[in-house]
Design a protein around this ligand. Sequence first.
Ligand code: CS2
Ligand code: MG
Length: 400
Amino acid sequence: MKITNAKVIVCSPGRNFVTLKIETDDGIYGIGDATVNGRELAVASYLQDHLVPCLIGRDASQIEDIWQYFYKGAYWRRGPITMAAIAAVDVALWDIKAKAANMPLYQLLGGASRTHMLAYTHANGETIEETVDKVAAFKEEGWKAIRVQSAVPGLPVTYGVEKVGSLAQAEDKPRETLWDTPTYLRFLPKLLDHLRDRFGYDLHLLHDVHHRLTPQEAAALAKEVERHRLFWLEDAVPAENQESFRLIRQHSTTPLALGEVFNSIHDCRQLIQEQLIDYIRTTPLHAGGITHVRRIADLAGLYHIRTACHGAADMSPITMGAALHFDRWVPNFGIQEYAFHPDEAKNVFPHEWHLKDGQLYSGEKPGHGVDIDEKAAEKYPYRRAYLDVARLSDGTMWSW
Ligand code: CS2
Ligand code: MG
C-alpha cells in the first residue's frame, strides 16, 4: 500500500487545528492531529516542508520504520514541534492500517481491556459558589470525576476559569496575566473544603496547579490537601527537573499527575522509574503518536502508574479518537480528560467516539473513527492565537 499524497489542513473552527491527511494507492486514507496550541504553523511547516516529501512513495504499512526514520533521521531529535509532526504521521498511518484490516484501532493494538473509559471534565467558576454549582450540574449529568478550578481572589484572571472550549487566546500577542502563589496556596484548601462539605467523598475531584509551584510549595500544598483525598494534583511543578518531585513524594500521599507537555519517554523516564507520579498524561498528539505513547504506558505499567491522556479542547477530535482507542486497549488505564470542543469543531471533525454518563466510548468503526470535512474546514481559516503568559506582581515571568 503506497502513500500517494499527504496534505496539511490548517483550520480554526472555534480554535486552530492542524490536520495531516495521508492518501494511499488503495484509496484508503488516514488522518492525524498536529496541533500545538500557539505554535500551529511551526508544525504545519515541519510537516509540509520537511516530512511530506519523504512520505510520498513509502509503504504505508511500515508504521514503525517510518516513525524511526523521522525520529532518528531528523538528527535534531525530540521537542514539541518535531514530536507532534511525527505523531500526526503515526496516527494517520495507524488509522490507515486499521481501516485496511477493517477493524477499530483498539483491536489492532491488542483488543479491548474495557468496555468504556472513566472521563473527567472541567468545572470552574469566578467564585467558590459558582464552582460548586458547576460541579453539582456535572454530577447531575452523571460525571464521576470533575476537575475543579476557581478564580483566585485578587487575581484579575485565573488559569482554567474561562468558558470551556473557548479560544481564550489573544491574536496580536499573548495576554499577560498576574500570578500570586501565596494567595493561591491560601485559597485552594478553602475551595476543596467547600466541595467536600457539599459532595462528600464519592465524587472524584481533580485539580490542575498548572506548573505554578516550587517543589517545597507543592510538597506543602499536597500535604495540606491530603484530607480532601483528591483523585490527583496535576502539574504541581514544571518538571524539566524530574527529580524535584522526590520532595513532594516525601511529604504527601496526594496522587500526582504530570506529562501533558511531555513529548517523549525521556521527559518522564525518571519520574516513572522512581515512582514519583501516579498518572502519566502524555497523549498520541504531543508525545509522538500511538507508537510512542504505547512505549510510555508499558514503562509506566511496570511501576503501577496509570495513563491519563490529556484531553483539552486545544487538541482536535482526532486526538480524542486516537486516545480513546489507546485507552480501550491499554492495560494500565487511569482516566481520560474531555473538555468539550467548540460546536464548529465537531462539525469539521465528525467522529464515532461519544460520551454517556461520564464515561467515554471509543466507537467500533474501522480506524480511529474520526474524519475531517475539508469543505467545512475551509469556512474557518487560520488566525494567529496565543496562549496567555503569567507574571508576578513585580513583573517576573512565571509559568502559565
Ligand atoms: C490543561 C490544558 O486540560 C488541562 O489539563 O492543562 O487545558 C492546557 O491549559 C492547554 O492544553 C494549553 O493549551
Ligand atoms: Mg493540565
